[in-house]
Design a protein around this ligand. Structure first.
Ligand SMILES: [Zn+2]
Length: 480
């Protein structure tokens, strides 16, 4: 460890231990500070940046973070090649949409999947989007020809789509970015630092209504930053919104941060429906996976927890790891699977942090929205099996009103139904768990599109997708 590192570690430790602003007396998960209950600290920005007094083990982790994060940034400019050197190339890979109503077709798809020639990108009872690696194309084409299976090629060269997905900002945007005080835009998919910097900026700029807290750490030690918007009125309802459970679904954190921006920047003129709610946003549930999709593998889905024991495979599917009916249908016990459920309910630090937050919070949540992509669905429980909650008619009715708002605003068609009924059973999802806590309006929202771009939705779609979904969110706010 160099002397500069030691100095930084020391400074970090001193600043962390000595500054105990008012806001830090509240543990994450307890009722957050509001204008009426807690005096706001003068330096809100410092306050949200600092953690509560850490123990020795935490300091060690912090020291590692400082070594990892600060030293390269401050001394050696980041080598752009280092970002790309181990990047997975999807040149020649394709995505097809296949009609699967025929039992014979289902059988062939199942065999090709277990032979690892194809992977499912998602689908419903009538069609499936399949991803095919270049070296499997010849084989799969022949199999489909033999089986007389028809299909549409949705993506002819996946790498080309990836290369075109997230173009750099134009000069106007770059200039605006410099003046704005944060780097976030909705014209580009941003890295985690930009997203977290944006949340901190808002907490600093609007301390009377906005606070940011880390509800825990990811496996690799990144903060799970949650932002709360509230005018502190007693009797407010509470709504929880998360994004980015699945790493590759970039449109999700983009849409959730769009909502945050809208409410934060316009709170004074927002409707009473919006102001009478305490909003809790966790835009990136899976920060390790999210960064990994930017750095290495655009199509990574799970978190980045190292495989233990005999498994060398990394990561669990966080949306199979929640603790209600964990381990059931539509999840896998095989660590290399993309739907690996983890070693037990809440075995992953990211889901554990969410469950702890809900255990300790004083907020009374009446809605839980979790944003995913893709497919354009508004899904309500149950997901674990083909069953419906007692109040499913209410969920269906509000869901349909939300879908109607989306259609009126942007023209997109979203289907509404239970996730097991409309799609397929999948146990261990966050929506089922939230519903099991008694949160009435619980939805998984699968954002655009329906397969033309799939997970690799161009950044130019962020604003239209976010706008129409904001209309749906307003409908929800009027109903909770
Ligand atoms: Zn997802």
């Amino acid at each position: 460890m160099g002397s500069l590192t030691l100095t930084l570690v020391f400074l970090y430790a001193v600043s962390t231990v000595s500054c105990t602003p008012f806001i830090n007396q509240l543990q994450p998960g307890q009722e957050w500070p509001t204008r009426s209950s807690v005096k706001q600290p003068y330096h809100q920005f410092d306050a949200v940046e600092n953690e509560p007094k850490p123990n020795v083990a935490e300091l060690k982790t912090a020291a590692t973070d400082v070594e990892k994060e600060i030293i390269p940034d401050e001394n050696t400019p980041e080598d752009p090649l280092a970002e790309t050197v181990d990047r997975i190339d999807y040149s020649g890979a394709q995505v097809w949409k296949v009609s699967i109503e025929d039992v014979q077709v289902q059988r062939i798809i199942k065999r090709l999947t277990s032979d690892k020639l194809i992977e499912s990108w998602g689908g419903n009872h009538s069609s499936l989007d399949i991803f095919i690696k270049p070296k499997a194309l010849e084989n799969v084409t022949a199999e489909f020809k033999n089986g007389d299976i028809t299909y549409d090629i949705m993506i002819e060269d996946l790498q080309q789509r990836i290369d075109e997905e997230n173009p750099p900002l134009d000069e106007n945007e770059l200039e605006l970015q410099d003046r704005r005080g944060h780097r976030m835009t909705w014209k580009q998919y941003h890295r985690l630092d930009d997203i977290h910097g944006f949340l901190d900026y808002l907490a600093k700029t609007y301390p009377s209504i906005i606070s940011v807290n880390s509800i825990g750490k990811s496996y690799e030690g990144r903060d799970l930053k949650m932002l709360r918007i509230s005018d502190g009125k007693a009797g407010n309802k509470a709504v929880f919104i998360d994004g980015g459970i699945h790493a590759r679904e970039w449109i999700s954190p983009a849409v959730v941060t769009y909502f945050i921006n809208q409410f934060a920047e316009n709170f004074d003129v927002e409707s009473d429906d919006i102001k009478n709610i305490d909003w809790y946003f966790l835009p990136v549930v899976n920060p390790d996976g999210y960064e990994y999709t930017h750095r290495s593998d655009r199509l990574w889905r799970k978190n980045r927890k190292y495989g233990l024991g005999i498994s060398t495979c990394t990561g669990a599917d966080l949306n199979r790891n929640f603790g209600y009916r964990w381990g059931g249908k539509g999840s896998s016990g095989y660590p290399c699977s993309d739907i690996y459920r983890g070693s037990g309910p809440f075995s992953e630090p990211e889901t554990k942090a969410i469950s702890e937050f809900f255990k300790n919070t004083a907020a009374k949540f009446s809605a839980y929205l979790t944003y995913h992509s893709y497919g354009q669905y508004l899904l309500y429980p149950w997901g674990y099996d083909n069953a419906l909650p007692a109040d499913h008619k209410d969920l269906d009715s509000v869901g349909n009103q939300m879908a109607e708002a989306i259609r009126k605003t942007g023209g997109s068609q979203y289907k509404v139904g239970s996730s097991s009924g409309l799609l397929y059973p999948a146990a261990g999802g966050s929506d089922d768990w939230a519903k099991s806590l008694g949160i009435k309006y619980t939805y998984t929202i699968e954002l655009s599109d329906t397969g033309r771009y799939g997970f690799v939705l161009p950044a130019s779609y962020i604003e239209p997708v976010a706008r129409e979904n904001l209309a749906a969110l307003r409908v929800l706010a009027s109903q909770v």
